[in-house]
Design a protein. Structure first.
Length: 157
């Protein structure tokens, strides 16, 4: 009879020496490629000051509209424009924009949408009035006029 040799047990361990390097490279890649700004402002903004400010409870229900002169006057002209998200739109397109913003929300929250208007202090009231009228037609009745925060001038510090 022939003799059979028993096989030696080989180790099935996975080498993990380079695992921290791989995790660090992935972390660094995602840190570099992540975009932190949602919209690029295409219009000039000098917001008027306010004396009374209040904070919002739920910021996820806020959609922003920017009104002001375009930064690139050669391409867009020098008249005040409306910026919604990353594009310049006409007042007649606001109803469709509001409907798309409402569709992004849950059905319960759709009537609670708040439109934040960031209007340049030099903008004419005509375009603001057109925006307000279009927002009424879109049934977006909660409007907030955004201003920069003021420091409390009565405090000692």
């Amino acid at each position: 009879m022939s003799k059979f040799k028993k096989k030696t047990k080989s180790s099935a361990d996975i080498p993990t020496a380079s695992l921290p390097d791989i995790i660090f490279m992935l972390l660094f890649f995602f840190m570099v490629t992540t975009v932190l700004r949602e919209t690029e402002i295409l219009v000039k903004q000098t917001l008027p000051r306010a004396t009374q400010l209040s904070k919002l409870q739920k910021k996820s229900l806020v959609s922003h509209l920017y009104i002001g002169k375009p930064k690139v006057t050669s391409k867009y002209g020098s008249e005040p424009k409306i910026q919604a998200d990353d594009v310049l739109i006409e007042p007649k397109d606001l109803v469709l924009w509001v409907q798309r913003k409402k569709d992004e929300l849950d059905e319960v929250e759709r009537d609670q949408i708040t439109i934040s208007l960031k209007i340049d202090e030099d903008a004419k009231m005509g375009i603001v009035s057109d925006v307000q009228q279009q927002l009424r037609e879109a049934n977006a009745r909660k409007i907030m006029y955004a201003t920069p925060e003021l420091f409390d001038q009565t405090s000692d510090g």
